[in-house]
Design a protein around this ligand. Structure first.
Ligand SMILES: Cc1cc2nc3c(=O)[nH]c(=O)nc-3n(C[C@H](O)[C@H](O)[C@H](O)COP(=O)(O)OP(=O)(O)OC[C@H]3O[C@@H](n4cnc5c(N)ncnc54)[C@H](O)[C@@H]3O)c2cc1C
Length: 337
């Protein structure tokens, strides 16, 4: 490990900020996180509490997005080799993705990276789909993983402070010796005075959990985008989901819940009839979506370098650890795609 001991400040304690802190601390930086919200506080605008969360490879994307996805997958795979699922909240499971029509190979770019990857034969998936793939993937339970991640970063020397800032620069009032600012403020980037990124906007998501012993992660790509994400440690299956731009209502919509159950039954009849599914809870959270995709870049021009890492929409966990590594590369001024 290279010990720079260069102090840096990270704004945001969601999965983006914590993962950046994890990678920065491993790279030898002295990290302080400033944030106004933390895991487990039941605030729908703190997105990381509400994810499914599927950790499979992101579909398609640029060369860099694929690298971010691949590095994240590899990091979670390593963590799940070293820690028990009960401890870190990560479980390895079989993922199946169903397509309405044969996908362009670029959508399944991970065929050589994904453990146990195979194209399913038509007898192995419902007749209404044209193509399906399977591999060994992972899911994560945010209520278990986030506290574990907080402890991990603290054990690496990261300090965490509850502070609300109105600009990135204001972070220096609290950490005056910081040599760089890492912006992981999610939806906050729309409002911070020296960021004001109008491309980021709130997008409401809703899912529901049912109790079942079903343990396969299923994604339906294309029309009627649907997912079934198992939480084997809690005996739950998360059914979703929807995207509602600029809606920040915390109230669950019962019609959406019924739609998730209907769609899940269509994909996976073995879940049983909709009216016999054991409903456990609705989950509502607001994603920080960004037109044009997430912002993972270094900004020059001020007294200090700023590295932005936000706008992850529905894939913040899938990108988290790889994005953290990218933050380190950007900070070091290393080549980045
Ligand atoms: C229903 C649902 C299902 C999802 N499923 C998945 C999934 O299966 N897989 C997946 O990969 N992703 C999933 N996601 C997306 C994922 O949850 C997000 O992409 C991710 O949590 C975003 O993390 P973040 O750290 O960028 O933002 P957040 O978790 O919102 O954290 C932002 C942080 O910045 C802080 N902050 C903001 N402004 C300020 C300020 N002015 N001063 C100080 N601190 C500030 C906040 O307090 C907070 O600590 C899902 C999301 C939802 C809602």
């Amino acid at each position: 490990m290279q010990l720079h001991q260069t102090p840096v400040v990270v704004i945001g304690c969601g999965v983006a900020g914590l993962s950046a802190a994890y990678q920065l601390a491993d790279a030898g930086y002295l990290v302080t996180i400033l944030a106004k919200e933390f895991p487990g506080e039941n605030n729908i605008m703190y997105t990381s509490d509400w994810a499914g969360a599927s950790l499979g490879f992101a579909a398609g994307g640029s060369f860099r997005a694929r690298r971010v996805s691949q590095e994240t997958f590899q990091t979670f795979w390593d963590i799940s080799s070293r820690y028990a699922p009960e401890e870190c909240g990560i479980c390895r499971i079989t993922q199946e993705t169903y397509f309405d029509k044969k996908p362009d190979p670029s959508l399944i770019w991970y065929s050589k990276e994904a453990p146990d990857f195979r194209i399913l034969s038509p007898s192995e998936y419902p007749a209404q789909y044209a193509f399906a793939v399977s591999y060994t993937s992972m899911t994560l339970e945010p209520p278990r993983y986030l506290p574990w991640l907080v402890k991990q970063v603290q054990s690496k020397g990261v300090k965490i402070m509850r502070v609300e800032v109105d600009s990135l620069r204001a972070a220096l009032d609290h950490i005056p010796d910081a040599k760089a600012i890492i912006n992981c403020s999610g939806i906050g980037s729309r409002y911070l005075k020296d960021v004001k990124d109008d491309a980021v906007f709130p997008e409401r998501g809703q899912t529901c959990a049912i109790r079942t012993s079903f343990k396969k992660l299923i994604i339906r790509s294309g029309a009627e985008y649907t997912y079934l994400i198992p939480r084997p440690l809690s005996g739950l299956l998360i059914l979703g989901g929807i995207n509602e731009p600029f809606n920040t209502s915390p109230e669950p919509n019962p019609a959406s819940r019924e739609m998730f159950k209907q769609r899940a039954h269509k994909i996976c009849p073995e879940l049983g009839p909709v009216d016999q599914m054991e409903f456990v809870m609705d989950i509502v959270g607001v994603r920080s979506t960004r037109k044009g995709g997430y912002r993972l870049e270094r900004q020059e021009g001020g007294k200090l370098p700023i590295v932005h890492s936000y706008g992850y929409n529905g894939g913040g966990y899938q990108a988290s650890m790889g994005a953290g590594k990218e933050v380190v590369r950007l900070l070091r001024g290393e080549d980045s795609y």
